[in-house]
Each structure stands twice: as C-alpha cells, then as structure tokens.
Ligand binder design. Structure first.
Ligand SMILES: *Cc1c(COP(=O)(O)O)cnc(C)c1O
Length: 476
C-alpha cells in the first residue's frame, strides 16, 4: 500500500514513512492510494475473529491491509500489546450498550484517559516506539492542549523509549480533573508546561517553535495531531467491531452517529464504508460550532474566525475548521488533487470559504457516501442527558449527547443506529450536575486523583523559554 497527498503531489510513500510526518510536502493530507475491499467472506471471517480471538486480532487484520512495511508478527504483537482487557477494562474493548430497540451506544471511552482518543493514541505510542527504535532515532512531541488530546498523548507516550512529550496548556484553565490526570504523571519523558495565557498562546508558541526549521530539525520536533493517518486508521477498526456486535448477518446495514469536531472520527467511518462495511448513514453531529453541519446542509464550507468560535459544554468539538475534512472532499471530487488544492490551499486562504452547492458532486455526499448531519446546542445537551438518564438509567457525557440528539433525527426503521460514545461523563462533571443534579460516577482508578502530587512547569508565553527547556532536556 502506498500513500498519496490530497493536493496532487507526485510522491508515493509507505506507511512508516508517513507515520512520523505531519502534512504532505504540498500541504495536503496523506491518503491510501486505494481502499482495500472487504468481501462478504472476509467480513464473515472477521465476525469470527472478533468473537473468538478478540479486538486486537481484528485490528491486526484491518491494519495489515494498509501497513506492509512492518513484519506481520511485529504488527500483531503491537496490536496485542495495545488492546488489552487490562487497559480497557473489558475483553470486548468497545462493548455495545443497548439503549432501546434499534439504538445502541458503542463505548469507546474506557481507555486510560476516558475519551475515545485513547483508541488511536495508544496504538500510536506503540507504533512510534517501534519505528523510532528501528531507525535508532528520537522524537520530541510538542503540542498544545485544552484537555482531551494532550492527556491522551501523554498516556500513550509515557515511558516510551525514544519519545519525549512537551505539552503546553493554559495555566489554570483546564478542569481540576483534567489537570490532575495530566499533571500527576511522574514519567521522566513527560513535560507538562502550564503557560500563563490562553489556549491560543499555547498554540502560537508551538507554531513558533515548529516554524524555526533549524531548531525543528536539530531537536527532532514532531506532533501527534489528528491529521496523522495512523490515528485515523486505528479508528476504522471500531466501526467494524460495532457493526459485528450489532448484526448477525452481513445482509444487515447499520448507521453510525458521530460527535464531530475535526472530522477524524467520522472520516474513519467513511474509510470503513469505502472498504465495503454495510453502513447506511454516517451522521455528523456538531455542537454550536456547526462548520460541518453547514456544509452537509448547504454545500458551503466556511471556516470560522476566533470571535465566531463558541466555547461550549462539549468543548472537544469546539473547532473553527475541521482539519480532516479535506480527506473526504478529496474522495467526493473524484480524487482530483488540483481541485482540492484550489479549494483548501487557495480559496480557504483568501476567502475563508468555498461553495460546492452547484457542483453535482455535492448531492453525492448524501446519496453516494451516506453523509447526513445535524447540530445540537447546550439546551439539547441537557435535555438529552436528562432524558437518557430518566428513561434508560444511562448516563452519557456532553459530546455523546450531541451524537444521540442528532442520531434520533436520522433513524431508518429496521436499521440499527449506533451512537459513538466519545467520553465518559466524569470528564465533564459540571454539565452533568447541571442536567441531573448529581455527580457522575468516577471509575475507581481515578478516586482522589486531584490530591496527587503534581509535576508541572509554569512559564510565561515565551518562545525562547520553551526552546531553552527542550534544548536542556535533550542534552541529557
Ligand atoms: C476529539 C473529540 C471529539 C471530536 O472528534 P473528531 O475526530 O475531532 O471529530 C468528540 N468528542 C470528544 C470527547 C473528543 O475528545
């Protein structure tokens, strides 16, 4: 399998070459040259693989179709090391929870940081360690976080050989639970940096360091953001696992509803569907930051400015643009790299928007690719959390509530709807208390974490200071 850029660059790369890279040289995103097709016989065999051998083996089967530069035995070992009952608390790894007739919630949030990002990031940690050792190289991951991504990255990379994580976050602005989760890590290769400023200051520092190409090369600076193809690929697996659990035969279709921000999660659903998984609809659920809902309703993709980007009670979906969306548009436009470049490279940079409403391809987003969408607000979130608790005694988090609210608008009789649960309620306790008047349950391993000793470096929003820190730590 070779990978190409969505913007038409002629390079073709293999999996391990793009694993540690970000964007393609032309600014595009990497995509597989083609989607391996899963036959009816293979899907039947995979049912058996999942039920008898488990999630890790299913992951190995799917990843093998896209990764041919890691020996099979090594890849299998990496999957087995990643997806264990010890880490995810259940042998099924992503169990389906029955809500009512034809409606399920797929639990993706039982990993170390209680959000679905663990599903991909845990694998990425093991892949990075493997590939860096093979090359005899080191990597310094530099990032900015306001919550979920940073903690998932730290828990994936802690103790990994050849990797250091420098994670900036706005001082005092994360929830006490999120701070405790990250700052209580004592691993020598994890550096929490609390910046006296807001999230944008953190992001600006990261950009400034990355734009210093000499520094970046000398200190092997890298990232783990959501455009990484390996992260997306890891997420494809749980669409298959969800389908297998919800159906008994391959003649059945299902739909998935996905709480969406950067379009990484639902793009993995698109990949699964392109491989032949019988998915009827892919429901894109947004919060008040409705960039994606607007596109799927109108054909207009309009990036929002900072002033137009809302801080909501489903904060992990607060985006101004959806960084993985370019991947789907690439497929939608018949993989025309020149057009994608004109839209994402030029139109977005100059006008901040593009309009496909008059293009015949736009109608195919729904008719051919199964995409539908909807939007949920704070009031909907509260109502959905309350209703789900009252009627089913199931407590859901704010992001999953957005997914469920929009899912209910797109059900087809006879087609099971699977809502992806992207975080546990304990991570967003304040809104749960607002909705239900009670605290969410806390998994035993997180009992009392706020009282643990903290390891954090507090610093001004000063690029020279963070560079000095990285240089000093790399000298050891
Ligand atoms: C990251 C995140 C999302 C959004 O996922 P994308 O892949 O960016 O669309 C939704 N919910 C939670 C809890 C998240 O952490």
């Amino acid at each position: 399998m070779k990978y190409l850029s969505t913007r038409g660059h002629t390079d073709r790369k293999r999996f391990c070459e793009i694993l540690l890279e970000g964007l393609a040289p032309d600014g595009g995103l990497y995509m597989p040259e083609s989607y391996p097709q899963v036959s009816d016989a293979t899907l039947t065999r995979w049912r058996d693989v999942y039920h008898r051998q488990g999630y890790a083996e299913l992951a190995f089967e799917i990843l093998s179709l896209y990764i041919d530069d890691i020996p099979a035995a090594d890849l299998r070992a990496l999957c087995e090391k990643t997806y264990t009952a010890a880490v995810y608390g259940t042998g099924e790894i992503v169990p389906l929870r029955h809500v009512e007739d034809g409606l399920w919630i797929e639990a993706l949030s039982n990993g170390p940081t209680l959000a679905f990002k663990d599903m991909a990031m845990q694998l990425l940690g093991n892949l990075f360690e493997y590939e860096l050792a093979r090359r005899g190289e080191e990597l310094n991951i530099l990032g900015a976080t306001s919550g979920d991504t940073g903690s998932a990255a730290e828990y994936a990379m802690r103790g990994k050989k050849g990797v250091r994580v420098f994670m900036t976050s706005p001082f005092g602005r994360m929830s006490p639970f999120q701070q405790a989760q990250m700052f209580s890590l004592m691993d020598a290769n994890i550096y929490n940096i609390a910046v006296k400023g807001v999230f944008d200051d953190c992001q600006d520092m990261v950009k400034a360091v990355s734009n210093d190409l000499e520094f970046k090369r000398k200190y092997k600076i890298g990232t783990v953001n959501s455009i990484n193809w390996a992260r997306l690929l890891a997420q494809v697996v749980y669409y298959f696992a969800g389908y297998i659990q919800a159906t008994e035969s391959n003649a059945q279709k299902v739909s998935f509803s996905v709480p969406s921000g950067n379009f990484g999660n639902v793009c993995a659903g698109h990949v699964a569907r392109m491989m032949g998984l019988p998915i009827e609809k892919l429901v894109v659920a947004t919060n008040e930051n409705d960039v994606l809902d607007e596109f799927f309703r109108t054909g207009v993709y309009r990036v929002r400015g900072t002033a137009d980007t809302h801080e909501t009670s489903s904060p992990s979906m607060d985006i101004s643009k959806a960084s993985n969306f370019e991947r789907f548009v690439f497929d939608l436009l018949g993989r025309d790299g020149d057009r994608v470049k004109a839209l994402f490279g030029d139109a977005l940079n100059t006008a901040g928007r593009f309009d496909l409403s008059a293009d015949p391809a736009f109608a195919q987003a729904a008719s051919r690719y199964g995409f539908v969408s909807g939007k949920s607000t704070h009031a909907h979130r509260l109502e959905t959390i309350r209703d789900t608790w009252k009627r089913h005694e199931i407590m859901i988090d704010t992001h999953t509530a957005d997914g469920l609210k929009v899912a209910l608008e797109h059900r087809t009789p006879g087609v099971p709807m699977i809502v992806l649960e992207t975080a546990l309620p304990i991570k967003f306790a304040a809104t749960i208390v607002e909705a239900l008047g009670r605290e969410p349950e806390r998994p035993a391993k997180f009992e009392g974490i706020e009282a643990l000793p903290k390891r954090v470096i507090v610093m001004e929003a000063d690029v020279a200071a963070i560079k000095a820190l990285i240089a000093r730590e790399c000298a050891y």
